[in-house]
Design a binder for this molecule. Sequence first.
Ligand code: KE4
Length: 427
Amino acid sequence: MTITNQQLFERSRQYIPGGVNSPVRAFKSVGGTPVFFQHGQGACFWDVEGKSYIDYVGSWGPLILGHAHPDVVRVVQDAASRGTSFGAPTAAELEIAELLCRLLPSLEMVRLVSSGTEAGMSAIRLARGYTGRNRIIKFEGCYHGHDDALLVKAGSGALTFGHPSSAGVPAETVEHTLVLDYNDVTGVEATFSNLGSEIAAVIVEPVAGNMNLVRAAPRFLETLRTLCTKHGSLLILDEVMTGFRVGLECAQGLYGITPDLTILGKVIGGGLPMAAFGGRRDVMECLAPLGPVYQAGTLSGNPVAVAAGLETLRQIQTPGFFDKLSAMTRKLTDGLTSVATKNEVAFSAQAVGGMFGIYFRKSPPESFTEVMESDRDAFNCFFHAMLKEGIYFAPSAFEAGFVSAAHSDMEIDKTLEAADRVFSRKV
Ligand code: KE4
């Protein structure tokens, strides 16, 4: 007798909080029972009941080559057969460090860690250690992992400091964190004119993907760069999601912005636990064992994860890789928009490289406020209707979606035909 998603969910909730190892997987935002997967291949994956889905989450971004890419599987098996971890330096860590620094000119040095949270946490500590300052700026709607200092929601006024957005985070931990509005140039200018000399760093997603997809206005990032330079603060671009997803030169290349530090993750691990932070040599050399800023990790630079990352980074350098990925992603977003328009559904969508946003509002949002104006109920109905059609979008109206190199015209066409049926029923 085949076990069902429902049965697994009920049992998992006995042993794992919410039945999941990361909250967004619990379907709390969309309702219903999470799907338990057992096998993936290319653009698709199969649940425990044997149902197949076209996957537009891709493990939240890492699977830019699709599920179980044969070359990635091969190098992972090969690396594992030679030892899964040494807790000592390896040549492969040097190889991926050199590659990342070659691909991203702003990286003079880089350190590998095991998650985007670790990268963000370490970059904030490093910026504070380098500048000798405590205050940091983040933006409402941006997510940089669950480091205490970054689990903050906006304070009441523009210049008040943040309040914890999670239980267990002492107010003192976030008293130095200021939460501003994304794309609000005036707010950033006012804050720096008041506190510029006290600000250690600004951390920002150059294309936000954690309030659904919201593009930074070029002037917003340019202003951050100018003001950080003027006041001796560090600009940290959180490219955990956008890194090697929106293009080979990442979002910093698309926007022509040179950060002081960058955090990376997801794609660079090819589906295995790996992330990184890096940037200016004079800043990175403040890190232990060279300098006074401590940072460490048992499995940092793990050889199996590095092997998957190296193969993934090798494959995405194929000439035309991002042109093809961007075109396929645009085919999806343009197609969804046209079938929604045909069925008179208030809907919009946009793509940046291999990531996309879909919105139940007439135009793509340009701010957190506009995101919150989207029709969340309509999204949830659409999500479940498409799930029934075998199409798996992110189980939240506030997440970006992802297309892989394994998605072909067949998967996109099938998705658009399903969307036409769903929209015609007035989601
Ligand atoms: P991790 O610690 O989850 O590896 O990375 C944290 C992180 C940092 N920065 C950005 C821009 C991110 O998007 C993330 C993690 N993204 C979420 C998706 N919204 C991961 C999914 C999850 O939390 O389960």
